[in-house]
Design a protein around this ligand. Structure first.
Ligand SMILES: Cc1cc2nc3c(=O)[nH]c(=O)nc-3n(C[C@H](O)[C@H](O)[C@H](O)COP(=O)(O)O)c2cc1C
Length: 334
């Protein structure tokens, strides 16, 4: 049997595959389509302090090898998520639940993080500082290293739970933002969110999306996500969750070879709801095909010598011959 387990800091996952925020709702829709308990973890829809209706329609359109969305953080608000969605998801799913947090000010991020932390169902928080589809929030925070640091600091103070900062690819140097988040106490980084894009209606000579612009996701962005994971791995010591365009078991392996400790799947599951289970079914054979006995040994396998770490305390202890338990990451040169 191939070992599919992995680890994001203190969070142990039975396998590295989880849904990307915003493409899984709060889990109950997906639970009608497949056994969500097969997932390594689940990530909930981005949540703000108050309920939001999101942007005007149309807010989704397609393009070759991907899609554009401008949903605009439609969600029922933090109190409803805390009192209703998370407890219900807790009855459906027994693995780690990662709650995605959004905001329009530093205070709002801290407030939502503090509130959602109260849920016994939440294992970690993913702080989305990278939504490109809202005015005055989201991505505008994730494209400035100082503000990214400020949000990380405020959220760090607001919760004891692990925090994963979700970064925007719409920047010149993602490593600068990654380092700023790490310095202020981020436990892990999730990358990447969508890339800002547009499409036009030929008849109307107008943008198709009511929001004018939207976020590009799907296979088109996979090489960009790989490049950013590879670069960020070299810049920080905290673990990385790789997301962007993953649509096959081979993509999962490639993302982990680049440096991801776990992965998220978004658009592929919107095209084929069975994508995540298909990928999980295919993973063992794909690993055997490349003669890998486990996934964790592939994390960062492409990285230059001396720059590799294995983010898996139990396995690292075996490799090093000494018991090593770290709250966040175990770095081992090989
Ligand atoms: C319809 C839609 C809604 C999304 N909503 C969120 C969200 O609420 N919070 C968030 O952090 N990312 C959100 N995202 C971004 C995804 O989580 C993911 O980072 C991005 O789509 C790239 O992955 P993919 O190519 O596998 O879809 C959304 C993406 C889509 C397509």
């Amino acid at each position: 049997m191939v070992d599919l387990s992995t680890h994001i800091g203190s969070l142990v996952l039975q396998n590295p595959v989880m849904p990307a925020s915003g493409t899984f709702g709060f889990g109950w829709e997906a639970s009608k389509l497949y056994d969500i308990n097969r997932l390594g973890a689940v990530v909930t829809k981005g949540t703000t302090r108050r309920a939001r209706a999101g942007n005007q329609l149309p807010r989704v359109t397609d393009c070759p090898a991907g899609m554009l969305n401008a949903v605009g953080l439609e969600n029922p608000g933090a109190e409803h998520v805390l009192s209703t969605e998370l407890p219900f998801l807790g009855t459906l799913y027994g693995g780690p639940i990662i709650a995605n947090v959004c905001g329009f000010s530093v205070d709002e991020y801290a407030y939502v993080a503090e509130r959602l932390s109260q849920s016994p169902h939440v294992a970690a928080l993913e702080i989305n500082i990278s939504c490109p589809n809202v005015e005055g929030g989201g991505m505008s925070f994730g494209t400035d290293a100082h503000i990214a640091a400020e949000i990380t600091r405020a959220v760090r103070k607001a919760t004891q739970k692990p925090i994963f900062l979700k970064l925007s690819p719409n920047v010149t140097d993602i490593t600068e933002i990654a380092r700023a988040c790490e310095a202020e106490g981020a436990d892990a980084l999730t990358l990447i969110n969508t890339l800002l894009g547009m499409r036009f209606d030929l008849q109307k000579r107008r943008p198709i999306l009511a929001n004018t612009t939207g976020g590009l996701s799907g296979p088109a962005i996979f090489p960009i996500a790989l490049r950013m994971v590879y670069q960020v791995y070299q810049a920080v010591k905290i673990p990385i969750v790789g997301v962007g365009g993953i649509s096959s078991a081979r993509d999962v392996i490639e993302m982990m070879i680049a440096g991801a400790s776990a992965v998220q799947i978004g658009s592929a599951a919107l095209v084929n709801p069975a994508a995540v289970t298909d990928i999980l079914d295919a993973l063992p054979a794909e690993l055997e095909a490349i003669r890998a006995g486990s996934l964790w040994e592939l994390i960062g396998a492409s990285q230059p010598p001396g720059n590799r770490f294995i983010n898996h305390p139990a396995k690292t202890a075996v490799l090093a011959g000494t018991p090593v338990i770290s709250r966040f990451v175990v770095r081992k040169e090989i």
